[in-house]
Design a protein around this ligand. Structure first.
Ligand code: FE2
Ligand code: FE2
Length: 323
């Protein structure tokens, strides 16, 4: 029932205002985020149509030049178009399951934020996020239990990412890990999924979840932009290391190791495809594009960060760094 890890309620290093400032009651941007969360509330069971089947595994058409190019690369070239359709369905199932696990971690992270933040409106926004993340857990859980016969467990690489995000004793690093790296990634993947996933149920879920995630990203950005402004040189270096370590784990995650096993495809051939196919390179860069834009807003898109992200294939060389 309870995690062995205690909530560090004594941690007060976020540097936000203690207690409510009565003179600005109802006017802060954080309060506005809380209000928007109330207005945009939705119910997974009632607001999404849940048909009896989504026809998981049916043949799907190739829709773009990049996709057509991917089908003639190994491991697909020697297996025909059936394997490509299977891959698309399994990739969707894998992303949905990893999202479910990520939502569980986001729920824990947001709940801890309510205990460590000291600004009244920030606490309201964090509490609204707890309710949002609980709704996301339920939505993905309903989808998985109704339509996926063989759900994917928590990938070790994702587990590492989430551990890194939540483990640091300084909660500004947990914010950077969860609200910027994990939430930013989820936001971009959900928006891509809205257009590329293959059944209307998951697209409908993702549209609603993505609207909530945009608020969470805005919340994290507001807190960190303020907090990181005071960083000394050594702190910036530490944040750069943290960002690049997490990015490394995220790029490992995209090698899709458990997916190749499921498709009965040679693991080396699958990994090579995930690493080198132009379609997958583009997918990774798009998935990371939101993280890059948030890092720019909070002043952490430094030359070292851009260089590291480019080496990992998560950003383009022409992405301008903050100096
Ligand atoms: Fe979420
Ligand atoms: Fe979130």
């Amino acid at each position: 029932m309870f995690s062995a890890r205690s909530i560090p309620v004594s941690d007060r290093r976020l540097g936000v205002v203690v207690g409510p400032d009565w003179s600005r009651a109802g006017s802060s941007k954080l309060r506005a985020l809380y209000r928007r969360a109330q207005d945009e509330h939705w119910q997974p069971e009632n607001d999404v149509d849940w048909p009896a089947t989504i026809h998981f595994g049916r043949t799907v058409p190739v829709r773009s030049l990049l996709e057509a190019q991917a089908t003639v690369l190994e491991p697909f070239a020697s297996h025909g178009s059936d394997l490509w359709s299977q891959f698309r369905w399994e990739l969707q199932a894998w992303l949905v399951c990893q999202s479910y696990h990520g939502e569980q971690a986001a729920l824990s992270g947001a709940a801890c934020l309510t205990a460590v933040l000291t600004d009244s409106d920030a606490r309201l926004a964090a509490a609204a996020q707890v309710a949002d993340e609980a709704r996301h857990v339920l939505a993905f859980q309903l989808y998985i239990s109704r339509y996926l016969q063989r759900p994917y467990g928590l990938a070790p690489s994702l587990n590492r990412v989430l551990q890194q995000a939540l483990a640091d004793a300084d909660w500004s690093y947990s914010l950077l890990g969860m609200q910027v790296m994990v939430e930013g990634l989820a936001d971009a993947v959900f928006r891509m999924g809205e257009h590329t996933f293959m059944d209307p149920v998951i697209r409908s879920v993702l549209r609603r979840v993505a609207a909530d995630e945009a608020r969470h990203v805005a919340f994290g950005t507001m807190l960190l932009r303020e907090h990181c402004r005071e960083d000394c040189e050594a702190e910036v270096r530490r944040r750069e290391d943290f960002i690049l370590t997490m990015a490394q784990s995220i790029s490992q995650r995209f090698l899709l190791e458990d997916l190749w096993e499921r498709l009965d495809v040679d693991a080396d051939s699958g990994r090579r495809f995930a690493q080198e196919a132009p379609l997958m390179l583009e997918f990774r860069r798009l998935a990371f594009s939101k993280v890059v834009s948030i890092l720019r807003v909070i002043g952490l898109l430094t030359p070292a960060v851009i260089d590291g992200l480019c080496k990992l294939g998560l950003a383009r060389r022409d992405t301008g760094a903050d100096t």
